[in-house]
Design a protein around this ligand. Structure first.
Ligand SMILES: [Zn+2]
Length: 180
């Protein structure tokens, strides 16, 4: 028997339509994410939040690729209304270091420790966006020795370049993860 965690990546207002860095159709993951969170399959449900200082290095005004988004304690950084907050056991904030991208939920956070403390060996990743924070979180989980699944219905991507999403999923597969 595996001990399984559901990791919901960055299902936040700024990443959903109307937000500062909206992922197309990002709000549409709500039903699938809730279905998984309520499935009884997971021993632990974790939500990550992109949680940037106002001067974060990924913002265009600092030379980064993105408009300002998910600034700590702003409405845009709050979990989306569609997130299954009643089922979330732990919230992990990421991207707080102004000098790093913080795409991965494991980067400079307590996420690995949270999973280890619960004896988790298998992680299902859902959330936003497939080609950035979902991909990097899944790849880091694989590097750390977790079994990893990305649930397609539970993710949406940006596709800055068409094909980015498929390439991201290919990278997860190539690294040993599964995409279902
Ligand atoms: Zn960010």
């Amino acid at each position: 028997m595996s001990t399984e965690a559901l990791v919901i990546v960055d299902f936040q207002n700024d990443f959903t339509p109307g937000g500062a860095l909206a992922v197309p159709h990002g709000d549409e993951i709500a039903g699938r994410v809730r279905e998984l969170a309520e499935s009884g399959r997971f021993d632990l449900v974790v939500a990550t939040r992109d949680w940037h200082p106002a001067d974060h290095g990924s913002f265009a005004e600092r030379g980064g690729p993105w408009p300002p988004h998910c600034v700590q304690d702003t409405p845009g950084a709050q979990l989306h209304d569609g997130a299954p907050t009643d089922r979330i056991d732990v919230i992990v904030d990421k991207g707080q270091d102004p000098g790093t991208d913080g795409y991965s939920g494991f980067e400079a956070t307590e996420l690995e420790q949270v999973l280890r403390d619960r004896g988790v060996d298998r992680v299902t990743v859902v959330g936003l966006a497939t080609d950035y924070c979902v991909k990097n979180t899944a790849l880091d989980a694989l590097r750390k020795g977790f079994e990893v699944e990305v649930d397609r219905d539970g993710v949406r991507g940006i596709d800055v370049k068409p094909g980015d999403v498929e390439q991201a999923l290919d990278e997860v597969r190539a690294a040993g993860g599964t995409v279902t």
